[in-house]
Design a protein around this ligand. Structure first.
Ligand code: ADP
Length: 728
């Protein structure tokens, strides 16, 4: 089956005009184009070539690749009409190059289509034709103009029928059918004739005849030359169909129709045109050859300029990259410098920090050492004063003696306060929680405070709410320290007034808390001091004028202890009305009866006379301890050092040994180890002026045989308490 594709070519070319939109303003291009096209349509190829070559000139001058592609396409079509197929292919190729430069898919689509036609219909190379149609189909789908897609599909169906791939052909025809519009005459004609052909190939002659006749009848009234050419092809096709069916009458009838149309279309106009065109064709061709060379040159130039542009862009990009890299490098160098500076600074900071820490450590160590050193002789002074007082009752009235007693007691308080502050700051403090009969303990404190209360004519009241538990779990020493500090302050700064110790169990944020309040109606604290008062060494100026004695450390110790208890302290106060210190401590549940049984219940009231060995190198302390023990009816033997202690304890039987730790010859710890090795089992209580937790812990834990430890200076009550723990 063969038919002319002229209709399709022209249609494509026509569409180019509109789709490429040769601008209305560009009148020259539009005129040249229209003339070239019209002449080709009328088979006046010579004129058509004349105008299309002018159009090419113009497009190259104006550097408009899309227009050049259009011109080459028409030139290609003209040469195809002459039958100079090689040249036709050559001009289509040029058109394709320009379409590529213009990056114009619509143009590429049309030219590929024309090349497909050329190879399929003219060169009779269905495979190559298929190759170009496929390219065309890909592009038309991308551009997505339904009519272009339909043309591609018609062409593909045609070539597949030729290649006897009927199913493929039928698939494409089905696709076309969905797109046909009543006014798409060319597509309609092609579709019905191809359907007829398809069924003819499949030996369904009835259907084939139906489609052929439909094709002829539906379109026979079309009068344009291009439609007539197509009709002529179809008549020939149908004539051959009937010939195959052995219907000679019909076959002849359609052959006649074909011939008469052929006569009209070709034998008259076209041949005439061909002859006319023949004369100047050679000159025209030469011109086109020159143009072709120029075109190639231009394309080459364009490629070079594109390459140049690309190189420039790459160079610019590289330059930017280099600048960027330089910046990064500089940044990196700066960063390195900064980093090393930072590192240096950090090192210096670290050094400075270490120095500060060391200095602070040294300071607190110095203070603590000095305080300990002071405590030992002070123990002597206070002890001696007590001895003097008990042996010479009349001395009590001496103002000098009283001044000595007051000063030494004051000095001891001061030293103890300083030690306490630094102990807490060094975190050298460990809480020892035990069950305490709180009413009993507060009464003890109350008793000892009553003496001070009387001196300022104050009334000291204790009120503990009824629902307050009998036992609480706390560190008695720290708890007492807090209470004593607050109560002694209240008594100090109140005259002829009232100081109240209040204890309640309250609920705060669903947690039970012990609320301890010390309320006085004394001189009060000015507002501006309320938040500073818990800092170290802060005293209210007004009070200083009134010659109150104090270190300014008491409240800071209280605050720190409360913190360690994980509690809180608050203060309200008004000048001349009084102060209220409120402390909240977490209430720890007592969870077993066992704890209650473990309560210390020592019988301190009466200790039987004991035989006690005291190892102590300080002469004054020897005297003080001896007097203290003898006053309480104990027998006391003094030795100077560890060696003497070992000798004495192995030769004589004692109930208890009080062993000083720091002694010449043999220290207390080593002496104890020896005594235990010799089988001595009696309690050995270490004596030390150091109350540092870690030292005390060491003495207790070192499994060196020491039974317990007592911190100097101690009162008889402390000694009594510790002895009663180990001697029944
Ligand atoms: P100090 O050893 O001086 O008493 P504190 O830290 O215990 O040191 O107290 C600091 C200062 O707070 C006291 O010097 C006093 O001015 C003031 N202060 C403390 N308690 C009271 C109080 N109950 N009434 C009035 N002033 C008080």
């Amino acid at each position: 089956m063969k038919k002319s594709k002229l209709i399709v070519f022209l249609l494509f070319v026509l569409q180019i005009v509109f789709s490429q939109g040769i601008s209305d303003k560009d009148k020259l291009a539009r005129t040249l184009y229209t003339k070239a096209l019209k002449n080709l349509n009328d088979f006046k190829c010579s004129e058509s070539l004349y105008y299309s070559q002018k159009l090419l000139d113009y497009s190259l001058q104006k550097n408009r690749p899309a227009l050049a592609a259009v011109a080459y396409n028409i030139i290609g079509l003209n040469f195809e009409e002459f039958g100079d197929l090689k040249k036709s292919a050559q001009y289509y190729n040029s058109g394709l190059k320009y379409a590529n430069i213009a990056k114009n898919d619509t143009l590429r689509n049309y030219i590929y289509n024309n090349m497909g036609n050329l190879y399929y219909f003219k060169f009779k190379d269905a495979i190559k034709g298929l190759y170009f149609y496929k390219k065309c189909y890909e592009i038309s789908k991308r551009v997505d103009t339904p009519i272009d897609v339909a043309f591609s599909e018609i062409n593909l169906a045609d070539v597949y029928l030729e290649l006897k791939q009927y199913q493929e052909a039928f698939n494409f025809l089905t696709l076309v059918q969905q797109k046909i519009q009543p006014t798409d005459y060319e597509i309609g004609m092609s579709f019905y004739s191809l359907m007829g052909n398809y069924y003819e190939m499949n030996h369904d002659f009835k259907k084939a005849e139906y489609y052929y006749l439909k094709c002829i009848n539906d379109f026979k009234y079309l009068n344009l030359a291009i439609h007539k050419a197509h009709q002529s092809d179809i008549y020939l096709l149908v004539s051959k169909f009937y010939e195959k069916k052995n219907d000679a009458v019909k076959s002849l009838n359609y052959l006649k129709k074909h011939d008469s149309l052929q006569d009209i279309l070709f034998n008259q106009e076209r041949k005439f045109e061909f002859r006319k065109a023949g004369g100047d064709l050679e000159a025209l061709e030469n011109k086109l050859k020159v143009q072709q060379i120029e075109t190639d040159k231009k394309i080459q130039e364009q490629k070079i300029s594109e390459a140049r542009r690309f190189t420039t862009i790459v160079l610019i990009f590289l330059a930017i990259l280099i600048v960027f890299l330089i910046f990064i490098f500089k940044g990196y160098v700066n960063y390195k410098e900064l980093n090393s500076k930072l590192f240096e600074n950090n090192e210096q900071l670290k050094l400075a920090q270490e120095k500060t820490e060391e200095a602070t450590k040294l300071k607190s160590q110095f203070l603590s050492n000095v305080s300990h050193e002071l405590r030992t002789p002070l123990y002597g002074v206070i002890g001696m004063a007590q001895i003097l007082e008990s042996e010479h009752k009349e001395i009590k009235d001496s103002p000098y003696f009283n001044a000595l007693k007051f000063s030494s007691n004051y000095l001891l308080t001061l030293i103890n306060d300083v030690l306490n502050v630094y102990k807490i700051e060094d975190n050298d403090i460990e809480f020892n929680y035990e069950l305490i009969d709180i009413r009993k303990e507060i009464n003890h404190i109350n008793d000892s405070m009553n003496v001070i209360a009387k001196s300022n004519c104050n009334e000291l009241i204790v009120s503990i709410s009824e629902d307050f538990p009998k036992y609480i779990k706390t560190d008695l020493t720290r708890f007492s320290q807090i209470l004593i500090n607050l109560v002694s302050n209240a008594l100090k700064f109140t005259h002829h007034g009232k100081v109240e110790i209040k204890l309640d169990l309250i609920e705060k944020n669903t947690n039970q808390c012990i609320q301890l309040q010390v309320i006085d109606n004394g001189i009060g604290i000015p507002k501006e001091f309320l938040d500073k008062i818990f800092e170290k060494f802060v005293q209210v100026d007004v009070h200083l004028q009134e010659q109150y004695k104090g270190t300014g450390l008491g409240l800071s110790i209280v605050k720190r202890l409360v913190d360690l208890f994980k509690g809180s302290i608050s203060l309200t106060s008004e000048i001349n009305k009084g102060s209220n210190f409120t402390i909240l401590l977490p209430y720890l549940n007592i969870d077993s009866n066992l704890e209650l049984h473990q309560l210390s219940n020592y019988h301190l009231d009466h200790l039987k006379p004991l035989k006690i060995l005291v190892a102590e190198d300080n002469k004054i302390n020897q005297m003080v301890t001896k007097k203290l023990l003898e006053k309480n009816h104990h027998y006391c033997k003094i030795v100077e050092n560890g060696i003497e202690a070992v000798n004495c304890a192995t030769n004589e039987k004692f109930d208890l040994i009080l062993m000083d730790i720091n002694m010449p010859e043999l220290n207390g710890i080593d002496a104890t180890t020896k005594l235990r090795a010799l089988g001595i089992t009696i309690p050995i209580i270490a004596l030390t002026a150091s109350d540092k937790e870690n030292i005390l812990k060491d003495i207790k834990d070192n499994s060196n045989g020491l039974t317990d430890v007592l911190v100097k200076p101690f009162e008889y009550h402390d000694l009594q308490l510790i002895i009663s723990k180990y001697i029944n």
